[in-house]
Design a protein around this ligand. Sequence first.
Ligand SMILES: Nc1ncnc2c1ncn2[C@@H]1O[C@H](COP(=O)(O)OP(=O)(O)OP(=O)(O)O)[C@@H](O)[C@H]1O
Length: 322
Amino acid sequence: MLRVRNLSFGYTEKPILRNLSFSIQKGENVSIIGASGSGKSTLLQSIYGLHHVDGRIFWDDKQLLGPNFNLVPGEEFMKYLTQDFDLMPPLTVAENIGKHLSNMYPRKKQQRVSELLELVEMQKFAKVKAKFLSGGQQQRVALARVLAKPPEVLLLDEPFSHIDHFRKNKLRRNLFSYLKKNNITVIIATHDSTDALSYADTTLAMKAGRIIAKGSPEQLYKNPKNAYVASLFGEVNELPADQFIPDVDRRKKLVIYPHEIKLSEDIGFEGVVTNSFFRGSHYLTEAQVGKEFLLFEHPEALKIGSIVSLDIPEELFTKRLR
Ligand SMILES: Nc1ncnc2c1ncn2[C@@H]1O[C@H](COP(=O)(O)OP(=O)(O)OP(=O)(O)O)[C@@H](O)[C@H]1O
């Protein structure tokens, strides 16, 4: 188990991580989500042992002591994939992946490299020098490289940021099932809600250096603490509650996802369509209701200026009142 206790850190006087405490089970897939600058990368670097932090970090019973105690920065049983991929440009893809593997058993080494090339779908590029690869290809090689000697804990910072959608989905499925099968603990800092929703066992939501929510992706999505947490998963409406519910505290807000609002067959909240954005499976539609602009999903494009009646399920008036 990874245990983080009262972790604080700042690059300067200004605190960046503020008294974080949490635990992660062996083999767990944890995603860290949060706005840009909230401290996700700094948290990964602190766990890896790159910063002089306050607080304590343990892997099982072993305390991780950080840069004061490690001549070579970083913990041996962990791998940290940074946002810059750290490949050796003059070496080939296969050489980069196998760089830290022993040459004592060349066949075994070759087998391992082939297995990893297959995992990231880079077999065809085995003999190509890293300097000739695109950003997305480099990122895939870097992923294979951190897995070459399987770590116990893998820290990934935006690992799919350069990879196109076509490859990303399959790569994600391959990679995360490989990690589960091998019981590798993975902590992934991400902006991508699919990483957080589909693959994580646990999601940590960060804001300004604090963890403001922790739970399963379902818990955080269905019962978000506030509009900020909900917005980390995609579009969300944050509406003044008193415009929609009678006799409610004026300071309260309603946090509602666009797919939860539907066109009503009978009486609903009347609005005027102000925008409609094609999203493939639906149109994300904006309507003005009173002074508020609401986003909702609709299967067809609605004409701008048309009058609509919108239905917000009544149960959300209590469930999503914040
Ligand atoms: N080397 C550094 N020196 C000084 N300040 C830094 C350094 N690295 C990061 N920061 C600051 O620390 C804060 C947190 O940065 P961090 O990169 O951890 O955030 P993040 O959540 O990972 O952001 P992003 O999603 O944009 O990668 C930011 O305000 C950033 O400006």
